[in-house]
Design a protein around this ligand. Structure first.
Ligand SMILES: [Zn+2]
Length: 404
């Protein structure tokens, strides 16, 4: 159980390997002649934002004794039947160890499902890591966990330092390189957001940071085919949304690019007051061109590298734009009331992506019969797979009595 700190036992870079972050890629080491040491020094560029690991720097493993605590949490509402079912599955995994994949539809309320598992782990003295590949998810999880738990939580992403004793850490996966054999419960949120196929070193990082008998829980709405296959035996499917309504099923509509640029989308852009429309494009130039074609509808455009992205997303959240043209899923946690979703060129997306986009609709507690439309130039297998998956989840949820 421990944390890597600067020390003298373990050489940072040795035999072409960084012992801090496990990097072995030659081109990620940098050599230079050090005048003080009067010799060549090699340092690792892969973890340079976290530490300075080199042939001349050393680390120790700081032993952290187990800490037991009550770790009670405050929840102002009762979990749904499905959430309770998932929560029990996680607690079981915490106690028995091993891996589990929670395949929960968008809007299932997965954050609440993990609270009991975290509490039980902490009572047993197991350290908890709640990780995501994405910094924005880490920040959001930290805010929410701080509301639920009255316990010391460390948050780690670029530039953040440890405040407490690492018993409960919310972090990007990369930052877990600081730990060895330390966490008895690791929960990976949005595992699908990993670079695919999941980077070997991130996986090694997770495994090294976890104890030998740790519980590893993966959460995702859209597991890749590889992940589904690999974890088939340990998958828990959670097909229902917390508000007990089915997922909106997308419909198809033929629209060629030529039609699109000649105004073919116009009949679909007429809006009811106080409703919002998210239109996804698969590239910026089409989006910009379409924004010009449909300028009478006053769409706002936003894309991943947009310098004004944050301001625009704020304005969108505040309801200042009825029609939003975008190339990105915005924040994954992006939810808005009274939202409809169109996907332009739907045939160019993966099924996972289509499910995520469709999953933006009807997320709030107050019902909204939203529309999801896949505009296409020929229906693809991935589109069919997405619709099939959504239908299947609805049928499963109904069968289990988890939706009305
Ligand atoms: Zn390194």
């Amino acid at each position: 159980m421990g944390l890597l700190i600067e020390g003298k036992e373990m050489q940072g870079v040795k035999d072409g390997r960084c012992h801090y972050c496990m990097n072995e890629e030659k081109e990620l080491f940098h050599q230079f002649y050090h005048h003080g040491f009067e010799k060549e020094v090699s340092y690792c560029r892969s973890c340079i934002r976290m530490t300075y690991s080199s042939t001349e720097t050393f680390y120790d493993l700081l032993e952290l004794p187990p800490v037991y605590e009550e770790a009670d949490y405050q929840l102002d509402f009762e979990l749904t039947d499905q959430q309770q079912y998932a929560s029990r599955a996680i607690v079981e995994t915490v106690i028995e160890g091993g891996r589990k994949l929670l395949h929960a539809v968008t809007g299932a309320g997965k954050t609440e499902m993990i609270l009991e598992g975290i509490k039980v782990a902490r009572q047993r003295g197991q350290n908890v890591a709640l990780v995501s590949p994405r910094v924005d998810v880490v920040k959001e999880l930290y805010l929410r966990m701080n509301e639920y738990f009255r316990t010391d939580i460390d948050v780690l992403y670029q530039g953040q330092t440890l405040q407490f004793n690492s018993t409960f850490v919310i972090s990007t996966v990369q930052q877990l390189v600081k730990y060895q054999n330390h966490f008895g419960l690791v929960i990976v949120d949005e595992v699908d957001a990993f670079p695919l196929p999941m980077d070997k070193r991130l996986r090694q990082t997770l495994e090294r940071a976890a104890t030998k008998d740790a519980a590893l829980v993966y959460l995702t709405a859209t597991p890749s085919k590889e992940l589904q296959r690999e974890m088939k035996e340990v998958t828990v499917v959670l097909p229902a949304r917390y508000h007990r309504r089915p997922l909106p099923v997308p419909s198809y509509k033929y629209l060629s690019k030529r039609q699109l640029m000649k105004g073919g989308l116009s009949p679909y852009l007429k809006r009811q007051p106080a409703t919002y429309l998210l239109v996804f494009f698969n590239n910026i130039s089409d989006m910009a061109q379409a924004a010009d074609v449909y300028r009478d509808f006053q769409p706002v455009t936003v894309y991943a590298a947009d310098a004004l992205r944050h301001e625009k997303v704020e304005a969108i959240r505040a309801g200042q734009h009825a029609i939003i043209f975008t190339t990105t899923i915005l924040e994954r946690g992006f939810t808005m009331a009274n939202l409809d979703v169109y996907v332009i060129g739907a045939e160019s997306y993966t099924a996972e992506c289509l499910v995520q986009m469709a999953g933006r609709v009807d997320r709030k507690f107050i019902p909204y019969e939203g529309t999801v439309r896949f505009f296409h130039d020929g229906v693809s297998r991935e589109m069919q797979a997405a619709v099939q998956e959504i239908r299947k989840m609805n049928i499963d949820a109904k069968k289990r009595g988890w939706i009305d």
